[in-house]
Ligand binder design. Sequence first.
Ligand SMILES: NC(=O)C1=CN([C@@H]2O[C@H](COP(=O)(O)OP(=O)(O)OC[C@H]3O[C@@H](n4cnc5c(N)ncnc54)[C@H](OP(=O)(O)O)[C@@H]3O)[C@@H](O)[C@H]2O)[C@@H](O)CC1
Ligand SMILES: Nc1ncnc2c1ncn2[C@@H]1O[C@H](COP(=O)(O)OP(=O)(O)O)[C@@H](O)[C@H]1O
Ligand SMILES: [K+]
Length: 508
Amino acid sequence: MRYLVTGELMKRVDQYTIEQIGIPSLVLMERAALAVFKEAVNHVKQTDPVWVLCGSGNNGADGIAAARMLHISGYKVLVILAGKKEKGSSEYLTQLSIAEKTGVDVVEGFSFKAVECSLLIDALFGVGLDREILGGHLEIMKSITGCRPEFTIAVDIPSGIHSDTGQIMGAAIPADVTVTFGYEKLGTMLYPGKEYSKQVIVADIGFPPESINYVKTEYFTFHKADTALIPKRPAYSNKGSFGKVLLVAGSKNMSGAAFLSALAAYRTGAGLVKIFTVEENREILQTELPEAVIVSYHSSDAEKKTENFEQLLIEQCEWASVIVLGPGLGQADYVKNLVESVLANAYVPVIVDADGLNTIASYPELTGYYTDNIIITPHLGEMARLTGSAVELIKKHLIQTAREYADRFGITCILKDAVTVAALNDQRTYVNSSGNSSMAKAGAGDVLTGILAGLLAMGLEGPDAAALGVWLHGLAGDMRKKKYGDYSLLARELADEIDIILKEQMRE
Ligand SMILES: NC(=O)C1=CN([C@@H]2O[C@H](COP(=O)(O)OP(=O)(O)OC[C@H]3O[C@@H](n4cnc5c(N)ncnc54)[C@H](OP(=O)(O)O)[C@@H]3O)[C@@H](O)[C@H]2O)[C@@H](O)CC1
Ligand SMILES: Nc1ncnc2c1ncn2[C@@H]1O[C@H](COP(=O)(O)OP(=O)(O)O)[C@@H](O)[C@H]1O
Ligand SMILES: [K+]
């Protein structure tokens, strides 16, 4: 697991390390600057012009220290100061004094005439950026980016990117590499900050592990070793040992979503998958996926809520150890009865997706059935319908939106986007670090519901299954992209890639 931090949490890690542990601020800064210096020398020759753009906070101080290291090593470096010296932090003033004494070239930014540079080190703003950038700072950012530096290294975070949301605060400087200190910031994980940060290097500058425990961050992502969380498959077992997935999915002329979800649940390891769907889908699903059990109903019975229909539905809910509710259900009138009956009769984890969510959005009273067993998987459009907020606003505040909805109802909310976030019902928030744009294809979300169901069926707890499922889904996309590129993915192939990930896990 990799911890992630907001700007505020990072400042508390700094503070704890300096004040409680006693490592001086300038010692941390020297290691931060050294990490930037080491990266810089990979990208320029000593004769190439290097600019270091420095604000008057500690991010600027890091930049000045890195500039001094480059200067001492014989590089052609120029420090460009933006902002007022007299407002500088004490570390900034110390670094500036050292730089001047060691003969580093320094110019005042607002009088600086930009020409060309081979390497830009961007140390204008770090995690202390707390408002929209205006005036002189904006001007200097424009003139420097206008010079199109050949390569840019961002110090800690690209300047202009908000460290909590990844949003651009008026303007931002795109980097080729971001050298960040201690822990990765949410702002470099979320778009557009993720795109501005490009490759992120997390430099260890000596924060002791207890500093992150002290601030208790609830934000995390996964890395390779975390596939160990996938439940083992004991030899002494049978199909009943690996859970029973019930998919309440599909409608007339819509069988694909149910198929994809069922396939993914089986591929992930579920022992038994049953699809509860309209009679019209029986034949096609039986042909496409004979491994799945099909139980069908007539939509007219669901519409009338006949006793037989209710009885059948209750039996299915009692049979299941996990339920997926929604893929391809459509929005006909009977669907409300169906969704309500499942929510009322399910006492196992329920993953609500697609038309399950659209139905809840149309009949908000159905949120009364939410329990801590519920995992919802809205994309931005579905989330907009559920919350009444605009898609653009949700996009800017992914974590906050998912978190608020999850907390309000005590459920887990997986908000799907190019970077998916999962607000878990145990207070933790998972930010996904796998996946790619080949997955922007119809049906990819149905595969995710199947993966989640498979993990839950095998016994993972809801919050763990939610985070792990999102990560595996993205890994499947990454695996497929490695082999076939960006364009041609079919959603079902995501389900097929899952077995390779699981196989590697077995080997380890
Ligand atoms: N020992 C440590 O603590 C360590 C810290 N480290 C480094 O410190 C960085 C954090 O430093 P920081 O807290 O000084 O904040 P920073 O990002 O430099 O920005 C603050 C400055 O920007 C200004 N400003 C803000 N918004 C603005 C705007 N819109 N428009 C204009 N101005 C604006 C603000 O001005 P003010 O609000 O005071 O007017 C202030 O001058 C961190 O990212 C890492 O690189 C590492 O070396 C590890 C050890
Ligand atoms: N650019 C992207 N990068 C990474 N993942 C993506 C991207 N675009 C879409 N995805 C993922 O693909 C899935 C699409 O789900 P969804 O929109 O519900 O599709 P559908 O309803 O067609 O199945 C989500 O899990 C989403 O996170
Ligand atoms: K920066």
